[in-house]
Design a protein around this ligand. Structure first.
Ligand SMILES: *[C@@H]1O[C@H](CO)[C@@H](O)[C@H](O)[C@H]1NC(C)=O
Ligand SMILES: *[C@@H]1O[C@H](CO)[C@@H](O)[C@H](O)[C@H]1NC(C)=O
Ligand SMILES: *[C@@H]1O[C@H](CO)[C@@H](O)[C@H](O)[C@H]1NC(C)=O
Ligand SMILES: *[C@@H]1O[C@H](CO)[C@@H](O)[C@H](O)[C@H]1NC(C)=O
Ligand SMILES: *[C@@H]1O[C@H](CO)[C@@H](O)[C@H](O)[C@H]1NC(C)=O
Length: 724
C-alpha cells in the first residue's frame, strides 16, 4: 500500500485569454501522420490541427500529444475502431463532441491531460467499458461534471483527476470507482469539498493527494484510507506541505498513519523540529527522509535523542539540504542497521579528525557541503562515497571496500592512487583540475570498469593522446561520459581539441629524443669535420697557405739578388755530417758556393717559420739532407712543408735531395705527395758508403746546385728506393 500526500503540485498553468472559436463545418480531407508503424502511430509534435487519417484499421496506439488539436468531433476516431491507447495530452482541446469516443470500445488508456476542457461530460465515457487508465489533470474544469461522471468506467484502475481550476467536489463525483488502485488528485485550489466524497473510491494502493488545506488533507486521508488499511500501508510521503511544526499535523493522523509506516518522507515542508518523543512512535521505520527542510545541528540532535533514542531499525537516513553545520557522527553510532546516510547540501566546511559511525555504514553522501579537506573521519566500511561539488584539492584516503567514488566538481589535480581502492568499480572525477593520467594510473585500480573524467584541464602529452585515441581498449575501463568531454587545455597546438582526435607532431611528442638526436648529429658532424681536417691535413694546408701568402706579399727577388746558392735543411742529428763534410766541401773548395745554414745564418730572435721562408726565398736551391733523423725532426718539417707547398706554386726545380741513408717510404707523410712524386720521378743524391764514390757525389751535388736543368742527366746513383 502506498499513500502519497502532497500539495501545491505545480501543474502547468495555461494563461490563454483568447478563446478561438473554430467553425469547421465542412468535412475536411484529413492530414497524414507519417510516423506510423504496423499497429501504432506516433504523431506527437506535428502541428496537427485535426486528427489524421488512419493508415489501417489495425492501429491500436495513437499518440497525438503536443499538437494543435482544438475540437474532437464524432467522426475523428471512426476509422480507429481497434484503438487501445489514445494519447491527447498537451493540445488545445476545449470541445469534445458527445459521441466522439463511441467507436473506441477497446480503449484501455485515454490521456486528455493539459488541454482546455472547461467541462467534463459523462457522455464521453459511455462506450469506454474497457478503459483502465484515465488522465484528466491540468484542464480548466471547475467541477467534475454533474456527478456520476465515472460511472460507466467499470474497469478503471488508474485515475488522474483535478487541476488548478477545480473548485468543488461533490458527493457523487467519485461514485462507481470501487476497483481503482491508483488515484492522483490535484485539489490544491479546492474551495468546497463535500465530506465523504473520496470515501467512494477504494480500496486504493496508491494515492497522491494534492491538497493545499491541511485540514482538508487530514479529512481526505482518513476518507481514502479505510481503518483496516491504515495498519498495512507502508509509505508516507509528505512533500511541499507547509508544516513548520511537524507535530502540529493532527495527532490522530500521525498515530494512525505514520506509526505503521516503514518509510516516511517529509520533504520540503519547512520542518525545523521533530521531538525526540516521536522516535517512540516510529519504531518500525526503516527509511526516513527529512531532506530539504530547516533542521539545525540542535534539531537533529533532538530528533535523534542525542544518539540514544529509537529508530533502531533505520537503514536509510536522508538529512540532505538542511541547515546542518557539523558532522556529528555520534548521533548515529548506535543505529546498527543504518547503511545509508545522505548529508549532502549542508554547510559543513570541515570534517572532524575522528568520527564514530555505525559499523555497517555503506553509503555516505557528502556532496555540496563546502568541504575543503577529507580526514580519517570517513568510515572505512563505505561502499559508496559522494564528495562531489566540494572544494577538495586532494583525495587519497584508504577505503578498502569502496566500489563507487564520486569526486566530481572539486579542485583535485591528480587521479587518486588506485591501490587505495582495490574494489573500486566506478570513479567520477569530472570537472576538476586534473591535468593528466596514464595507463599506469588506471592499471593501479584493480577493478575499475567505469570512469568519468571529462571536463578537466588536460595537458595533452603524447602519451595521454595515445591513451585517449586507443579509447582505453587495452584497459577494462570505459569512459562513461564519452570521449567528447575530454578536451585538451594545453599545449597551444591542440588547445580546445578533443583529446581523442588531437595530434601532436613527432618532434613535440619526443622532445627529449629529438633533441638528443639533434645534439648527437651535430657532434657527429663536428667529429667528422675534425676527422676530415685531420685526414686531409686541412690545418696544415691552411697554415701553409697563410705562410705562402705572406711570402707572396714580399717583393720577389731576382735571380741576381739571391744571397745564397742553397739553403740547407737538415736535422740537428745530422749536423755532424753537414759540418764535417758538406760545408767544407761546398764552401771551401773552389768554386765556392754560399750555403745558408739555420745555425749560422738565421736572424736571431725571428720567428722560425719566417726565417725559413726568408732563407728559402733568398736561396737558389733548397737542399734537403734526408735521413731518418730528418723525418723524425719536427723542426725540419717546416721547411719541408713550405718547400713542398712551394712546389705547387713554382714549377722550377729548386729542390735538391740528399739521402744520407735509405728511408722507409712509409715515414714520408702522405701530405707530401708532390715531394714523394718528385722523389719517385726524379733522382736524388745518395751519400755513398763506398769512399771512392764520394768525389763523384760532390761533383753531382755541385752540378745539381749550379745547373738544375741538367740534374736529370747527371745522376750518380739511380737508386730508386721505392718511396711510393
Ligand atoms: C495554496 O494556498 C496558498 C495559501 O494558503 C495560496 O497562496 C496558493 O495560491 C494556493 N494554491 C497553490 C497552488 O499553491
Ligand atoms: C510546427 O510549427 C513550429 C512553429 O510554427 C515550427 O517551428 C515547427 O518546425 C513545426 N513542426 C513541424 C513538425 O512541422
Ligand atoms: C535525499 O534527498 C535528496 C533531496 O530530496 C534526494 O535528491 C536524494 O536522492 C535523497 N537521497 C537518498 C539516498 O535517497
Ligand atoms: C548525493 O546527493 C546529491 C544531492 O542530493 C545527489 O545529486 C547525488 O546523486 C547523490 N549521490 C549519490 C551517489 O546518490
Ligand atoms: C569488480 O567490479 C564489478 C563491477 O564492475 C563487480 O561486479 C565485481 O564483483 C568486482 N570484483 C571484485 C573482486 O570486487
Amino acid at each position: 500500500m502506498f499513500l502519497f500526500l502532497g500539495t501545491n503540485m505545480r501543474f502547468m498553468t495555461f494563461l490563454m485569454c483568447v478563446l478561438l472559436l473554430m467553425h469547421q463545418s465542412i468535412p475536411l480531407s484529413r492530414p497524414q501522420c507519417h510516423s506510423c508503424e504496423q499497429t501504432s502511430c506516433k504523431c506527437s509534435r506535428q502541428n496537427l490541427t485535426t486528427v489524421p487519417a488512419a493508415p489501417s484499421k489495425l492501429i491500436t496506439g495513437l499518440d497525438l500529444s503536443f499538437n494543435r488539436l482544438q475540437t474532437i468531433t464524432k467522426d475523428d476516431f471512426v476509422a480507429f475502431a481497434s484503438l487501445q491507447s489514445l494519447i491527447l495530452n498537451n493540445n488545445r482541446i476545449h470541445k469534445i463532441q458527445e459521441q466522439a469516443f463511441v467507436p473506441l470500445t477497446d480503449l484501455q488508456k485515454l490521456d486528455l491531460s493539459f488541454n482546455r476542457l472547461d467541462s467534463l461530460s459523462a457522455g464521453w465515457f459511455e462506450s469506454l467499458a474497457s478503459l483502465q487508465s484515465l488522465n484528466l489533470l491540468g484542464n480548466k474544469y471547475k467541477m467534475l461534471g454533474r456527478g456520476n461522471l465515472f460511472q460507466p468506467l467499470k474497469k478503471l484502475k488508474i485515475l488522474h483527476i483535478g487541476g488548478p481550476d477545480l473548485q468543488s467536489v461533490g458527493n457523487s463525483d467519485f461514485s462507481g470507482l470501487s476497483d481503482v488502485e491508483e488515484v492522483v488528485f490535484d485539489g490544491n485550489n479546492l474551495l468546497s469539498y463535500t465530506k465523504g466524497s473520496l470515501r467512494q473510491i477504494g480500496p486504493i494502493k496508491y494515492v497522491s493527494l494534492g491538497l493545499n488545506d491541511s485540514k482538508l488533507l487530514s479529512h481526505a486521508v482518513e476518507e481514502v484510507l479505510s481503518p483496516p488499511q491504515i495498519k498495512s500501508f507502508e509509505v508516507v510521503v509528505l512533500k511541499n506541505v507547509d508544516i513548520p511544526e511537524f507535530y502540529s499535523i493532527p495527532t490522530r493522523f500521525l498515530l494512525n498513519t505514520v506509526k505503521a509506516g516503514r518509510r516516511l518522507s517529509v520533504i520540503n515542508c519547512k520542518l525545523f523540529l521533530i521531538p525526540c518523543t516521536y522516535s517512540a512512535f516510529l519504531l518500525v521505520l526503516e527509511y526516513l527522509d527529512v531532506s530539504d527542510n530547516l533542521l539545525s545541528d540542535i534539531a537533529l540532535s533532538q530528533m535523534m535523542c542525542d544518539g540514544n533514542g529509537g529508530y533502531r531499525r533505520l537503514q536509510t537516513l536522508n538529512i540532505s539540504r538542511n541547515h546542518l553545520q557539523s558532522i556529528n557522527s555520534q548521533l548515529f553510532t548506535k543505529l546498527e542497521r543504518l547503511k545509508n546516510i545522505d548529508m549532502s547540501g549542508n554547510t559543513f566546511q570541515a570534517m572532524p579528525e575522528t568520527c564514530y559511525w555505525p559499523l555497517n555504514l555503506q553509503f555516505l553522501n557528502l556532496s555540496s557541503t563546502h568541504l575543503t579537506k577529507v580526514t580519517p573521519c570517513l568510515p572505512l566500511s563505505l561502499h559508496i562515497l559522494d564528495l562531489s561539488d566540494n572544494d577538495l584539492t586532494v583525495f587519497n584516503m584508504k577505503l578498502p571496500f569502496l566500489t563507487e567514488l564520486y569526486i566530481s566538481s572539486n579542485k583535485i589535480s591528480s587521479l587518486p592512487d588506485g591501490r587505495l581502492y582495490p574494489l573500486l568499480a566506478f570513479l567520477s572525477i569530472r570537472n576538476n583540475n586534473l591535468q593528466t593520467f596514464s595507463s599506469k594510473n588506471l592499471n593501479d585500480y584493480n577493478n575499475l570498469s567505469s570512469l568519468e573524467a571529462g571536463t578537466n584541464t588536460y595537458v595533452c602529452s603524447c602519451d595521454f593522446l595515445d591513451l585517449m585515441r586507443s579509447g582505453l581498449t587495452n584497459h577494462q575501463v570505459t569512459f562513461v561520459d564519452g570521449l567528447k568531454s575530454y578536451v585538451c587545455d594545453s599545449p597551444d597546438a591542440v588547445r580546445g581539441k578533443i583529446a581523442a582526435d588531437a595530434r601532436l607532431s613527432v618532434f613535440e611528442c619526443h622532445t627529449a629524443l629529438a633533441s638528443s638526436l639533434l645534439c648527437s648529429g651535430i657532434l657527429l658532424f663536428f667529429l667528422l669535420v675534425v676527422g676530415l681536417c685531420h685526414k686531409f691535413s686541412v690545418v696544415w694546408y691552411m697554415r701553409m697557405t697563410w705562410a705562402w701568402l705572406r711570402a707572396k706579399r714580399k717583393p720577389k727577388l731576382k735571380k741576381g739578388e739571391l744571397e745564397y746558392d742553397a739553403f740547407v735543411s737538415y736535422s740537428e742529428m745530422d749536423s755532424g755530417w753537414v759540418e764535417a763534410h758538406l760545408v767544407p766541401e761546398l764552401e771551401q773548395v773552389e768554386p765556392r758556393l754560399r750555403l745558408c745554414l739555420h745555425k749560422r745564418d738565421f736572424v736571431p730572435g725571428g720567428w722560425i717559420l719566417d726565417n725559413i721562408m726568408d732563407a728559402i726565398e733568398k736561396s737558389h736551391r733548397t737542399l734537403f739532407v734526408l735521413s731518418q733523423n730528418f723525418i723524425r725532426s719536427e723542426w725540419c718539417k717546416y721547411e719541408l712543408d713550405y718547400t713542398h707547398f712551394r712546389l705547387f706554386d713554382h714549377n722550377d726545380d729548386t729542390v735538391v735531395l740528399i739521402l744520407l741513408e735509405p728511408i722507409d717510404k712509409e715515414t714520408v707523410p702522405k701530405k707530401f705527395c708532390k715531394l714523394r712524386r718528385v722523389m719517385n720521378s726524379r733522382t736524388y743524391l745518395e751519400w755513398p758508403e763506398d769512399h771512392d764514390q764520394i768525389p763523384r757525389f760532390w761533383h753531382s751535388l755541385r752540378t745539381a746546385i749550379k745547373k738544375p736543368e741538367t740534374v736529370n742527366g747527371n745522376v750518380v746513383q739511380f737508386d730508386n728506393v721505392e718511396l711510393i
